[in-house]
Design a binder for this molecule. Structure first.
Ligand code: ADP
Ligand code: ZN
Length: 517
């Protein structure tokens, strides 16, 4: 059977071999096993249902929320000689009727539909008469409230499954692989989670790094100067910051373009064009920029402020190095930017989703403070097992000496416990450094044995140590309007002397090795 699949791959697509994961998924589907395929955007998910649709008897249904892309997708298939069609709200009632008739005649290998269709019982009744071996659910994270794009109509997919007497195989596909989303997809679509394939999140040509505690504007100007012959994107969290950076860079002689949703459309288009044609060397933008932009020679993506979660980060950073050449992805971290993101989350979302979003933000903050391989952190965040250290990120190339910080870590843990595990980082740092702050005194913390135990350090250093401990999973954050800190089981092990903790260097600043003088 796989021979056939490989043959089809060559015949219809002109490719010689499958990419990692594609074969496994196709095998699952052909064996009648419902499964989940997680690959990043551009990873090659479409083939995983298109090839089976050519091998299976009947019409494969593809559910996709991207109505604007459906026609393009179908046109591409038709050009390759694969009979496919779509039904969505852009068609007239007459066109829908005609298409349905052709589908019933068995004219198509694939039928793309928008999820909203599934809410119509009369549509489901018509489908009943179609032979459907496979239902492919594209952008399957839309079924989960944990995903970034929840669509209530996706919940109607289970109704579709029950329409047919011969239950079709379900193949869910997504680029979002956080465990909560994966669980939801498998549970709601009745997929055995053993049949999950996650691959391809590592991007070998990207070097990741995090810059902490430096003058960001200076870093930016130096970086751009050093890469004067390359083009890059600088992402900022707010429109205001984009405007400021744009002025700053242009004043210092950099050909910068800018893009955010507050600018008139004509202006935005002009700026985008300037960047796409390399007339502007740098694009300064909010996350409004980049969707559907295919510029292959972006050599660096710098996040001037940390993005709201790892999903957004990897999508934006991933716009670097599309051509496969070595490229850099840098986050400039400052703790006040976490506040900015908290504020934006608080403004933008309905109340219910705020705790989830804050948890995701914490994942981003942890990325900025881990001392492990950054590429590995990303790949593991997206659920791909067995990530190896990349050897080229800011952490892998950090040659500073490893120090045993077990004692300091124990002091912090002990203080957190003594304070009752219900306070935030700032006041814990104040207690540890022996601050006379009114709140510290009023709570009676000056009497604790851990009061002032780290007074040889600045509160900034202690906060840095705590961020490191959070990133390493020794301390946990209870999210809320006033986040508090408590200790994890791993933290308890350290407190009990069962585990040693090492850290690279003790300086507050951390530089990417490449920029070390
Ligand atoms: P996704 O849906 O995961 O975003 P696509 O299915 O659109 O990704 O595939 C991205 C690109 O990779 C397409 O141009 C596709 O033709 C190409 N591609 C997919 N599989 C292979 C393969 N086995 N070999 C070479 N190119 C492939
Ligand atoms: Zn690495």
């Amino acid at each position: 059977m796989l021979e056939n699949a490989t043959q089809l791959l060559q015949e219809y697509y002109g490719y010689d071999s499958f990419r990692e994961g594609q074969e496994t998924i196709i095998n699952y589907v052909m064996d009648g096993k419902s499964s989940l395929c997680v690959m990043p955007t551009g990873g090659g998910k479409s083939l995983c249902y298109q090839i089976p649709s050519l091998l299976l008897d009947g019409t494969t249904i593809v559910i996709s929320p991207l109505i604007s892309l459906m026609k393009d997708q179908v046109d591409t298939l038709l050009q390759a000689g694969i009979p496919a069609t779509f039904i969505n709200s852009t068609l007239t009632a007459e066109e829908v009727r005609e298409t349905m008739e052709e589908v019933l005649n068995g004219q198509y290998r694939m039928l793309y539909i928008a999820p909203e269709r599934l809410e119509s019982q009369s549509f489901l009744n018509q489908l009943k008469k179609v032979k459907v071996p496979l239902i492919a659910v594209d952008e399957a994270h839309c079924i989960s409230q944990w995903g970034h794009d929840f669509r209530p109509s996706y919940r109607a997919i289970h109704r579709l499954k029950d329409v047919f007497t011969d239950p079709p195989v379900v193949l869910a596909l997504t680029a979002t692989a956080t465990p909560a989303v994966r669980d939801d997809i498998c549970r709601l679509l009745q997929i055995n989670d053993d049949n999950t394939v996650i691959t391809g999140f590592a991007r070998a040509n990207l070097s990741f790094s995090v810059v902490l505690g430096q003058d960001k504007n200076k870093f930016l100007k130096d970086f751009i100067k050093k890469n004067a012959h390359e083009v890059g994107i600088i992402y900022a969290a707010t429109r205001k910051t984009v405007d400021l950076l744009y002025d700053l860079l242009n004043k210092s002689g950099v050909q910068a373009a800018k893009y955010h949703a507050g600018l008139p459309e004509a202006f935005r288009n002009k700026e985008q064009e300037r960047f796409l044609t390399d007339e502007a060397q740098v694009m300064v933008a909010t996350n409004a920029f980049g969707m559907g932009i295919d510029k292959s020679n972006v050599r660096y993506v710098i996040h001037y402020q940390l993005p709201k979660n790892m999903e957004s980060y990897y999508q934006e950073a991933g716009r670097a190095g599309r051509d496969g050449l070595a490229s850099e992805c840098v986050v400039l971290y400052a703790s006040q930017d976490v506040q900015t993101q908290r504020f934006l989350i608080d403004q933008a979302l309905d109340r219910e989703r705020i705790p989830q979003e804050l948890e995701k933000l914490q994942g981003m903050v942890d990325y900025c403070h881990t001392e492990s391989c950054l590429q590995q952190y990303i790949v593991q965040y997206f659920g791909e097992p067995n990530g190896e250290p990349c050897g080229q990120c800011g952490n892998c190339t950090d040659s500073r000496e490893v120090q045993d910080v077990t004692k300091e870590v124990q002091m912090v843990l002990s203080c957190v416990v003594r304070m009752g595990q219900k306070f935030g980082k700032t006041i814990i740092a104040q207690v540890l450094t022996g601050s006379q702050n009114k709140k510290v005194v009023d709570f009676g913390f000056t009497k604790l044995s851990t009061y002032g135990i780290l007074k040889n350090k600045s509160s900034k250093e202690v906060l840095g140590l705590m961020e490191f401990m959070i990133a390493e999973g020794l301390l946990l954050v209870k999210q809320g309007s006033m986040p508090t800190i408590y200790i994890s089981d791993a933290g308890k092990d350290v407190l009990l002397g069962k585990r040693k903790i090492t850290r690279k260097g003790v300086a507050v600043t951390k530089q990417i090795a490449k920029n070390d003088p």
